[in-house]
Write a protein that binds this ligand. Structure first.
Ligand code: CA
Ligand code: CA
Length: 319
């Protein structure tokens, strides 16, 4: 083959490789549409449901197109519902909208599909975050029970999802009456292996939670769960996760992360609780978006005023 032909052939092969890479990249992008954001507010304008106060959470479809399903024994109640009011975390961006999700007690469970397809996420790290407020902790024991976490399946099912990782657990404070602690259990379910943060909270506390699950490939039990409790707002939107998290490797790995479940599964979980601004992403920044700086808002508002003024003047000059 002469050098020119060889060069053209080589370029053709490179182009094919590039096109293949490009199409695979596109596939990857479409299969992993995270981040997801659930503000529990009226999503009818975006093709979702209305999230009215008192409605069941299962059956709602959010503005991103993701749906909540009932996942538990049919007929069991109560199930998570839509509550009035937002939870506010200082410094964290929220779309507001006036609603949150209520859970608590022993009943049924609501599961939200992540926008990753049933094949889920099987590598790397996947983060969630939400604001939480426990409104009735009279049922908590000092042993602790989980009530939220990642699951490996999607859609509805008639049994309680029990393959759960990065479990958020709460317990009655060992020392302070009327207070509770927040902890982490990767997937084991044995209270002796729960890891607890030292902070004590009450029914007056709104707490910001970030959780993660990291897949590792050496064994079926080497994946790592982490939990950040009220991370510093100066780290919101940071390029990498800050230190200071709880960490747990107790229990089997999940094959995939495909959904998130909010549970009413045990009489010893909080009798009443709220969560809001539930997010999922493949990095820390995606689940910790900061409120835009006031200067940005001011400049943006000023820009809109100037735009309006110029349009007005243009229109006036034509008259
Ligand atoms: Ca909300
Ligand atoms: Ca593993």
């Amino acid at each position: 083959m002469n050098p020119v032909m060889k060069c053209i052939t080589h370029q053709g092969a490179s182009m094919k490789k590039f096109l293949l890479f490009f199409s695979l990249s596109s596939l990857t992008v479409s299969a992993f549409a995270l981040p997801d954001y659930e503000s529990f507010s009226d999503a009818t304008g975006a093709g979702g449901t209305s999230y009215n106060t008192g409605d069941n959470l299962a059956g709602q479809k959010d503005a991103g197109g993701q749906s909540w399903f009932l996942a538990g024994v049919p007929g069991s109640s109560p199930q998570p519902t839509i509550a009035n009011g937002d939870l506010i975390v200082p410094g964290l961006y929220s779309a507001g909208g006036g609603h949150s999700a209520a859970f608590g007690g022993n009943g049924n469970n609501a599961r939200l599909n992540l926008s990753v397809g049933a094949g889920g996420i099987t590598a790397g790290t996947v983060y969630f975050s939400f604001a939480m407020k426990l409104t009735d902790i009279s049922t908590l024991t000092t042993g602790g029970i989980f009530w939220a976490g990642y699951n490996n399946s999607q859609g509805a099912q008639s049994t309680v999802p029990n393959t759960v990782a990065t479990r958020v657990v709460t317990r009655a404070s060992l020392t302070t009456p009327g207070a509770y602690n927040i902890g982490l259990d990767k997937s084991l379910g044995t209270p002796a292996n729960f890891v607890w943060a030292s902070g004590e909270f009450t029914t007056a506390s709104t707490v910001f939670i970030v959780g993660s699950y990291t897949f590792n490939t050496s064994s079926g039990s080497d994946d790592v769960s982490q939990l950040w409790i009220n991370p510093n707002s100066s780290d919101f939107g940071a390029a990498s996760a800050p230190g200071g998290s709880l960490s747990s490797t107790s229990g089997n790995d999940l094959v995939r992360v495909a959904s998130f479940t909010l549970y009413n599964r045990n009489a010893n979980e909080p009798a009443g609780g709220l969560i809001d601004d539930l997010r999922f992403g493949l990095n820390w920044a995606d689940v910790t978006p900061a409120v835009p700086e006031p200067t940005t808002i001011t400049l943006g508002a000023l820009g809109l005023v100037m735009l309006g003024l110029s349009r007005f003047l243009r229109k006036a000059s034509k008259n």
